[in-house]
Write a protein that binds this ligand. Structure first.
Ligand SMILES: Cc1cc2nc3c(=O)[nH]c(=O)nc-3n(C[C@H](O)[C@H](O)[C@H](O)COP(=O)(O)OP(=O)(O)OC[C@H]3O[C@@H](n4cnc5c(N)ncnc54)[C@H](O)[C@@H]3O)c2cc1C
Length: 343
């Protein structure tokens, strides 16, 4: 893959140590020889961050990828249960420019998907800055985004600047647990599906799974296979939702009360965009989800983009990443033409 040498890719950026001399510093990028401020700062390195970085690298557009964790794809490596498989067939789950190996099954296990992602970042020379938790991103009103990220190693705040900003923190970056009256006083174990690995430790126990999306159903199945007694609470008259908790007693909407050793909340995730992104020009709604509709749902104002917020899974991520990279490339090419003609 020598031809995809990512001349502007992660490998060329200054490390934060180069530009930051204690406290708040500024780190800027070598522009890859293409002149001026042709820089993208993006954040989050799940499948969306990986995909957009790869697409930018292929177009030799310099970029910095900031990731709060110490690895790529932390959702898959650290926050997913053991038996997880991709919920959609593999042809709908590839990232741009690299299909799954033909020997992979139709429904790829999480371990195979992680292997694919590790190979992907190596293939396209994606080199994130890890342990950088972005706390704020704002636009200066001119042509620069300023991103402030806390370095978990040094504890210092680092500043990154770029003409474009791509938000890639995802729809699933924080586990969502609904408010339940009395939950804080509950005597059993409470966990979110992102903290569930497998059912071995629940053998012989009563476990309530709240929510019956893919994760809830699969976790309930896993619990049963591991010898636990699993019940599912969903918002329906047959399996009612929790009304309140009083000590160890869980009261359901039909008035019945039961005791469980543990509750697993498979109640979904939420976005954290609202916590760090200023000046988003109404690209996102109150809940940090994308407000705009296709075909340009991935594009905001002042060089702001988002990938992976279209509720369209990995297929949507792949399309968004390619569209964003093309759009940035076009803007830079047009700018070069104007600069040339003004000379
Ligand atoms: C259990 C599960 C199964 C799924 N299965 C499928 C499937 O089969 N097919 C499909 O198409 N989709 C599936 N999805 C949906 C979606 O494709 C995945 O969630 C996918 O991982 C989304 O990628 P992403 O990069 O947008 O977000 P994430 O994978 O969540 O990555 C976001 C990254 O941003 C980082 N981050 C967050 N905040 C900050 C910050 N402040 N500073 C720096 N970094 C930050 C996070 O650490 C993380 O690494 C599934 C989702 C879940 C939860």
């Amino acid at each position: 893959m020598d031809g995809v040498a990512c001349s502007g890719g992660g490998s060329r950026l200054c490390s934060s140590g180069d530009g930051v001399s204690g406290g708040i510093g500024a780190t800027d990028l070598d522009d890859g020889g293409s002149g001026g401020d042709k820089v993208v700062v993006q954040r989050g390195v799940g499948p969306a961050g990986i995909a957009i970085a790869a697409c930018l690298n292929l177009l030799s557009i310099p970029n910095i990828v900031l990731e709060r964790e110490d690895c790529i794809a932390s959702l898959w490596k650290k926050n997913s249960y053991d038996r997880l498989k991709l919920h959609l067939a593999k042809k709908y789950c590839t990232l741009p420019h690299m299909p799954f190996p033909s020997h992979f099954p139709t429904f790829v296990s999480k371990y195979m998907f992680i292997q694919y992602l590790d190979n992907y970042v190596a293939q396209f020379n994606v080199n994130p800055l890890f342990s950088r938790s972005v706390e704020s991103a704002s636009h200066d009103g001119g042509e620069k985004w300023k991103v402030e990220a806390r370095n978990a190693g040094s504890g210092e705040m680092e500043v990154f600047e770029g003409r474009f900003l791509v938000a890639a923190t995802g729809e699933n970056c924080e586990g969502f647990v609904p408010k339940v009256l009395g939950l804080e006083g509950y005597g059993g174990e409470v966990l979110h599906s992102s903290e569930y690995d497998n059912g071995h430790t629940y053998s012989g126990k009563d476990v309530l799974v709240v929510g019956c999306g893919n994760s809830g159903m699969e976790i309930a199945y896993d619990l049963c296979n591991c010898g636990a007694r699993a019940a599912i609470s969903i918002r329906s008259p047959v399996f009612p939702s929790i009304m309140s908790i009083d000590g160890d007693n869980i009261e359901f909407a039909n008035g019945k009360t039961s005791k469980f050793h543990a509750i697993v909340f498979a109640t979904g995730y939420k976005s954290n965009v609202r916590k760090w992104l200023k000046d988003d020009g109404a690209l996102f709604n109150e809940d940090g989800m994308q407000e705009k509709r296709s075909p340009y749902h991935w594009k905001g104002e002042n060089g702001l983009y988002c990938v992976g917020f279209a509720r369209a899974g990995l297929f949507g991520i792949s399309n968004d990443a390619q569209n964003i990279a093309k759009d940035i490339s076009l803007i830079l090419a047009n700018k070069r033409i104007v600069e040339q003609s003004n000379k």
